[in-house]
Design a protein. Structure first.
Lengths: 408, 408
């Protein structure tokens, strides 16, 4: 019998009527003869509300306690969905992360799944039941509850699909799939019918948001992930091992345009150009848990260099604190900040093997009067850091310039 | 080291400020050098709100699913209390019913505890931690979540106190203890400093409400239970094996006045007086889950009898349905109902061994113009079924007539 894992996000189960609608959807799949395991997020803004509640009793809520608190959101939604299914005459059972065998490490707040013991789910499926699993949560070896981080229900769903050898994992959300660019910025953005895992990771800003770890997990275990709308009956996007492998030569190379706002650039000026300087600078940042993205070093005259790097804007105060501490150690002159930047990227499998994409991108931006601050590339992505106020224009120009509005 | 179990009801943890106040109380006990295990109910009206929520998706919510849903209420309050304690610098940890080792049968909605595996709690106490346990919930052998029924957190607390051999179980609530009568009816009702388990069971209507099973459990395991106010710093009531055993001869026999409203009397008239009739009548009622309290049979003339019994008013329609079915079988003439009755009781250990209490009770009621419909007695209680509209007056007259306003 076919086995599918469905996942419904918070907006899809935001109220009783929506939960009943989801139950109807699952019922139809069951009626078609398939086994269904459904993973749900907490209803609407429950998680945010619970975080606020925690802050009413504690300035800095204990991470272990916070995880138990947050896990209740998904317990509520999964029991309600199971009740609604039973009310429609389907035999359904809800399982907590613990009951579903989601085993994690002890990193409260962003625990990583180290294994799935699918025994209980398999037993319930064998009894002919629809299984509804609380997303976002797991249990440690010491039987303490953990959560997987914001968006973690996607990862729950893909992990279960992998463990159960499901035919595929279907993620239902409030958008119809993955687009060639963010449709709020580029109205003519085209919905992609399929995309590779790596491209999906880069196109996180274009349409459906997915927990990046769910995509990585899907890639490792080769789980086809279908992303579509809960509310509109329209074809979605299939994320799979995909076209990049077998169709590479005869498809267009740029799949979509991604962007990220709220980026800040920190530049340390007048750094003596000697070994160990970069380590002295970035080690304390790593220890402080600050994620550094692009790093560029421009060697100038007189054995002095400037080191620039980007961080999330919200990390600037903490990053500056750390950098100020090491300035005298590394003998640098000063540190300056530009807090109003963004990145814009062209994404596509095999781009690095084909010349001309980078120069075409730079030309399009230059013709639009957009100055490039920094450039980085990966195997499937070329990114430019630009002024934040120009990012929407840049996305539009690149979408147009690479003819993404046309069917390939 | 001294070990106490504290229990706080829903009104004691109704909001953030109240939770912080409870944390301060527990902190003070800790500072005095005691180990504390705290059991909490869900905040305020959470349980009712969750039941309403369940009914938005299902007309008759599945009992198993409903129990998981309801159990989240106590998970929320126990994590918030643990966070508040940590915020004050105490090492605290919350445990779900499952983690606390509360093992129950599978009677969802009113599961019974069949054992407590206190290993995890003991481990946490040995680490010097304050332990906060989610009340009202347990786990079955198949690791499914159950709830113990309304008020079940009391039973969680007493069960833990028994399993941990705690010095005592302290139940904090919104009233100051157990009174000689309901203080809302008898303003001069006196707070009792101590009371026996059996008397407490009978005096459930007088002051602090306790889950009856918690009292029974306390009696079996000889757990002293101290009931006092969360909000007022005043002495409460100690429920223990108590005075009835060792002081019986030199204490007043009537401890308090209890009452129960919303009682209905069902009378089956013209029942042939032959063996098996009562069984034919009450077996179907038991099978329908209808709790029958007092039963009285008045044999009349010509081998015909009337059988009267009382049920909760809300059970009348279902009870009549069952009785109507057996009327032709037992050959009875008709069934009549009086739905507006109440019971009033005098409660006291050893009453049955001392003559005169019953007659004094009947005299007091008669002098007040109160007619008695039915009479029942137990070892420590004499109850009269009277018109509901007279019950408040009856409680007042009996409290006065037995001089309960005076110190014994």
């Amino acid at each position: 019998m076919k086995l599918v894992v469905h996942k419904y996000g918070g907006s899809s189960v935001a109220d009783a009527q929506k939960i009943i609608n989801v139950a109807r959807r699952i019922g139809r799949v069951r009626d078609s003869g398939a086994q269904v395991v459904t993973v749900v997020s907490a209803m609407g803004d429950t998680t945010d509300d619970l975080i606020k509640l925690a802050h009413t009793v504690s300035q800095e809520p204990d991470p272990r306690e916070l995880d138990v608190l947050l896990s209740t959101g998904e317990l509520v939604s999964c029991t309600l969905l199971a009740m609604a299914l039973r009310d429609m005459g389907y035999d359904a059972v809800s399982l907590s992360g613990f009951q579903a065998g989601i085993h994690t490490d002890t990193t409260y707040g962003k625990a990583r799944i180290y294994g799935v013991d699918a025994q209980r789910i398999t037993k319930e499926l064998d009894r002919g039941r629809l299984v509804v699993v609380a997303g976002f949560q797991g249990i440690t070896e010491a039987q303490d509850v953990t959560t997987l981080g914001r968006g973690g229900s996607d990862t729950t769903a893909v992990a279960l699909a992998a463990a159960l050898h499901a035919d595929r994992c279907e993620v239902y959300t409030d958008v119809e799939g993955i687009y060639t660019a963010d449709p709020r910025i580029v109205p003519e953005a085209r919905k992609l019918l399929e995309i590779g895992y790596q491209e999906m990771l880069e196109l996180a800003s274009s349409g459906a948001k997915m927990h990046p770890r769910s995509i990585e997990l899907g890639a490792v275990y080769k789980v086809p992930i279908y992303v579509a709308s809960t509310f509109v009956d329209a074809p979605g996007t299939l994320i799979h091992q995909g076209p990049d492998e077998h169709q590479m030569e005869n498809r267009i190379k740029v799949t979509g345009i991604a962007y990220q706002a709220k980026i800040a650039k920190i530049t340390v000026r007048g750094v003596p150009d000697r070994p160990g300087v970069a380590a002295s600078l970035f080690e304390p940042l790593a220890q402080a848990g600050i994620s550094v993205d692009t790093i560029v070093q421009n060697t100038g005259m007189e054995r002095m260099t400037d080191i620039s790097f980007t961080v999330n804007r919200s990390d600037v105060p903490r990053a500056l604190q750390e950098v100020q501490k090491v300035l005298p150690v590394i003998g640098a002159a000063e540190v300056v900040t530009d807090p109003s930047l963004a990145s814009v990227s062209i994404v596509g499998a095999g781009m690095q093997n084909t010349p001309g994409y980078a120069s075409r991108m730079f030309r399009i931006l230059a013709d639009g009067g957009i100055n490039i601050e920094l450039i980085t590339t990966s195997e499937i992505r070329i990114s430019c850091i630009i002024k934040e106020e120009q990012v929407r224009q840049a996305v539009r120009l690149l979408h147009q310039g690479f003819h993404l509005d046309r069917e390939p």
